[in-house]
Design a protein around this ligand. Structure first.
Ligand code: GDP
Length: 202
């Protein structure tokens, strides 16, 4: 399960604009600053494949990257910008929910959660919504290399991961698969690619 080549295909502003070749795809989504661009770049071993605009509420695009000419990695805009106006947030919600519910070749949503800080309500709400709507989800915990800092209350990533999982458990029939990652050490990189390949062949 290695990435031989990865190419940017297109930015879409509506689910209708997305590629129509029916190839399987995996969407990466998470709170802004969760480490999504770093993870995407680490998955494809490039420094700057992910050029998603980081301006809050500005570019609300679905970005498709084709991998090995046979499947897509999809970069969705980050959520939870503190400074984004309410209107932008509502648009974002509508846009991505519509995508999650209507995209037939979406194999699994990879929801990124920062493991270096305690669970945040917005992430718990997000995961619960996916569970309640039966959207297939994989939890990807990021920044697992960050150990005990005063800033995160001295809690270890493993504790944050466990708490997060127990808080969303009731919204899922079966506990969602989860992977611990770090873009600094590349922890979890191969595991994600293997998991994606297993899901594609399922
Ligand atoms: P995005 O907004 O979700 O695309 O997040 P970025 O990939 O731009 O990362 C946000 C910040 O977190 C940057 O300062 C990164 O250097 C840092 N970061 C991202 N991934 C990791 C990680 O795995 N470990 C650590 N320690 N820092 C990370």
């Amino acid at each position: 399960a290695q990435v031989v080549n990865a190419d940017f295909v297109k930015s879409s502003v509506r689910p209708d604009d997305c590629p129509r070749d029916g190839l399987p795809e995996f969407a990466l989504v998470g709170r802004s600053n969760v480490g999504k661009s770093s993870l995407l770049n680490s998955l494809v071993r490039r420094k700057r494949l992910a050029l998603t605009s980081k301006k809050p509420g500005k570019t609300q695009c679905i970005n498709h990257f084709k991998v090995n000419d046979s499947w897509y990695l999809v970069d969705l805009p980050g959520y939870g910008y503190a400074s984004a106006p309410q209107e932008a947030r509502t648009n974002w919600d509508e846009f991505t929910r519509n995508y999650f519910l209507s995209r037939e070749n979406l194999v699994s949503v990879f929801l990124l959660i920062d493991a270096s800080i305690p669970a945040k309500k917005i992430d718990l709400d997000y995961a619960s919504w996916l569970g309640q709507n039966k959207v297939p989800m994989t939890l990807v915990f990021t920044k697992c290399d960050k150990r005990k800092k005063k800033k995160n209350g001295g809690r270890r990533p493993e504790e944050n991961v466990e708490t997060f999982q127990s808080l969303i458990r009731e919204y899922f029939e079966a506990a969602p698969p989860w992977i611990m990652t770090s873009s600094v050490t590349n922890q979890g990189r191969d595991e994600i690619l293997l998991h994606m390949s297993q899901l594609r062949n399922y």
